[in-house]
Ligand binder design. Sequence first.
Ligand SMILES: Nc1nc2c(ncn2[C@@H]2O[C@H](COP(=O)(O)OP(=O)(O)OP(=O)(O)O)[C@@H](O)[C@H]2O)c(=O)[nH]1
Ligand SMILES: [Mg+2]
Length: 179
Amino acid sequence: MNLPANKLVFVGGMGAGKTTAIRAISDIEPVSTEMPLSQDAQDEKVETTVALDYSSIELDDGELLHIYGVPGQRYLDFMWPMVCEGALGIIVLVNAAGQQRVSSTIELLQEFSRIAPDASLAVGLTRTDQHGEVLIPQFRQALFAAGFRLPVMRVDARDPAQVTFLVRSLLSYRYAGGH
Ligand SMILES: Nc1nc2c(ncn2[C@@H]2O[C@H](COP(=O)(O)OP(=O)(O)OP(=O)(O)O)[C@@H](O)[C@H]2O)c(=O)[nH]1
Ligand SMILES: [Mg+2]
């Protein structure tokens, strides 16, 4: 099978901003598999990914990056290994409003380290504009204490510049010798 050389995947819980981030940085019309959310409890969120997101972006000097997203909902986690196959990078998006942010992030990092052992990881914390009480140094320190040395930063998934910066950070980290 021919796998894309530069493949990056956005992962994370439902509503973390994966589909939004991919749409924000897309050079092409993204492929998405959104379905209406049946329950209306999720504030402004009315759709959820049921299979995957796909798009591509051109970085420096024409370097093409294939960007995928997984569904956040647990019952669809059988899609995760399929979508992550051959990925060089995995970005875990974490909703700052979520419960047990630290433990659920560590769980996801452990899970995706198993699913894609050769991928580099990075973490983006979304919705900190609404939840300014979540502090990056503490969050980063907790992940570090759990053994994860990786880029950790705030990101507004709606903002192309911030999402691109996170992508570039992951690539820089990987090629600077981080895993
Ligand atoms: N205010 C604010 N809203 C954000 C931010 N990041 C993402 N959002 C919003 O959060 C929602 C995220 O929805 P999606 O992008 O569909 O989330 P997802 O991770 O793809 O979710 P699933 O596909 O259901 O797993 C969207 O309404 C975004 O506009 C942020 O930093 N600040
Ligand atoms: Mg989605």
